[in-house]
Design a protein around this ligand. Structure first.
Ligand SMILES: Cc1cc2nc3c(=O)[nH]c(=O)nc-3n(C[C@H](O)[C@H](O)[C@H](O)COP(=O)(O)OP(=O)(O)OC[C@H]3O[C@@H](n4cnc5c(N)ncnc54)[C@H](O)[C@@H]3O)c2cc1C
Length: 429
């Protein structure tokens, strides 16, 4: 395999193999047969052809933020070096390589007063994010990030290089826009960009004693928030002696004065410990939620909620969880778009994210707490999960309605009958 690529190849037994195979998600095992750090799209072609001939499977994984562990016997393609970014401000489009991360892309678009539909982390790849749909800070205003992709450059299961658009190949374009990375290896993405004349955002934190008041304000603000306003609530339970806190993360596509009007009920709470809210640059979007950038043993469970059962969410003791986060969805995310991808309409107004650590002495207790809290929420939990928030042990079938899974499975069967390409959560319909 080494002879056919420009990039580096690690095989079991090689110095550095274990490190190269380890994902960003610390604690998820990856029993792969090889790791190839591809240097360019030609390397991807060579490796996919090799796998096709040898009856092997490849999976693209720039970093492993979304590692599922389902990689037994697979060749891991590290695509991080494909990180070129070209912004065309006049056309409001960016072409980004499959290894480019949101932080790099926003730094480039922000200079032109433009943004892409990034989520909370600057460190995840744009390709991995849109391959799973992608829930952005600006999803309420502009919908799934994947629905703002104009074109994908891919290497198909037989090693063919193609630029896929809605008019060149409608089925494959639809599947690539959020159906997971199961249909081809993406080498670049062309993204629609949006004008951001003004951006407001930041985080405000109070002691946990204010939790009830913050939930009441949150409920009222999210009940009639305009689409440009995205508000997330965090209950953070730092290990003692650090105090437990409650916080609000926010972005607003507009002027600070308008945002402050919309958020007046938060100012009325008083007693905040810190407040970083104010006018901000697009390039700093990834800092608001203060998520880890370096590899981390995050162990999260995500659910979509049909309502906001404040009694359970505000009052349940969190230990051993570190964070209970609620993201307000709705707006454009809740609307079916005739030209949209597999994500379709996301009817649930809230996303619940329960975070603990995947450490050997803690993982079982974390999962037990997550399960108990979800059971307690009862019918407020819809059962659907956004694809990008699936966790190890969960399935792509949980991300879509049955007819969408069936269509994705037909496309998979048609484009890759031998299973040369595999996503972290394959379509098995
Ligand atoms: C701290 C943190 C914050 C997050 N915030 C958000 C958020 O706000 N909104 C949201 O929607 N998600 C969020 N996520 C989830 C994240 O978007 C997914 O885990 C996403 O899949 C990560 O992509 P990656 O390429 O960085 O990770 P990887 O694990 O490297 O890749 C994930 C999967 O994407 C597919 N993929 C990646 N590259 C390619 C390619 N070139 N071709 C084909 N398939 C490919 C593969 O199936 C791969 O297994 C967050 C995750 C973390 C850890």
């Amino acid at each position: 395999m080494r002879e056919i690529v420009q990039g580096r190849v690690f095989l079991p037994g090689d110095d550095g193999f274990e490190q190269a195979a380890a994902p960003w998600a610390v604690g998820v095992r990856q029993p792969v047969v090889a790791v190839a750090e591809v240097a360019d799209a030609a390397d991807v072609v060579a490796l996919v052809r090799y796998a096709h001939r040898a009856g092997l499977t490849v999976t693209a994984q720039p970093s492993g933020h979304g590692a599922s562990g389902d990689v037994d016997g697979v060749i891991l393609l590290r695509t991080a070096r494909l990180d070129e970014i070209a912004v065309d401000p006049a056309e409001r489009v960016a072409r980004v390589g499959a290894g480019a991360r949101w932080g790099q892309v926003l730094a480039a678009t922000g200079k032109h007063g433009l943004t892409g539909l990034a989520g909370s982390s600057p460190a995840v790849s744009v390709a991995g994010f849109v391959a799973g749909g992608g829930i952005s800070w600006f999803g309420r205003a502009h919908g799934w990030a994947a629905d703002s992709v104009r074109a994908f450059e891919i290497v198909g299961a037989e090693g063919e290089q193609v630029r896929v658009t809605a008019s060149s190949d409608a089925d494959l374009f639809w599947a690539l826009r959020g159906g997971g990375g199961d249909y081809a290896v993406i080498t670049a993405v062309e993204l629609n960009l949006y004008e951001v004349p003004q951006l407001y955002g930041g985080r405000i934190v109070w002691p946990a004693t204010r939790t009830g008041e913050v939930f009441e304000a949150y409920r009222a603000i999210t009940a009639d928030a305009p689409r440009g306003l995205s508000v997330w609530l965090n209950r953070m339970a730092a290990p003692p002696p650090a105090p437990a806190t409650v916080g609000i993360d926010v972005t607003y596509l507009g002027e600070a004065a308008e945002a402050e009007d919309l958020l007046a009920s938060l100012a009325a709470i008083g007693g905040s410990l810190s407040d970083s809210r104010g006018p901000m640059d697009v390039a700093d979007l990834g800092a608001i939620a203060a998520e880890p950038v370096d590899p981390s043993p995050m162990l999260a469970r995500t659910e979509l909620l049909t309502g906001l059962p404040v009694d359970v969410l505000a009052d349940t003791d969190l230990a051993p969880l570190l964070n209970l986060q609620i993201r307000h969805l709705g707006g454009a995310l809740a609307e079916a778009r005739p030209d949209g991808g597999p994500g379709g309409a996301l009817a649930e107004p809230y996303l619940l994210y329960l975070l603990g650590l995947r450490l050997p002495h803690l993982a079982e207790a974390v999962q037990g707490k997550q399960a108990a809290l979800v059971a307690h929420l009862g019918e407020a939990v819809s059962g659907r999960k956004p694809y990008t928030f699936l966790a190890p042990g969960e399935s792509a079938t949980q991300a879509f309605p049955a007819e969408t899974v069936a269509r994705l499975a037909r496309i998979k069967q048609d484009r890759d009958p031998r299973g040369v390409v595999r996503a972290n959560f394959p379509i098995t319909g």
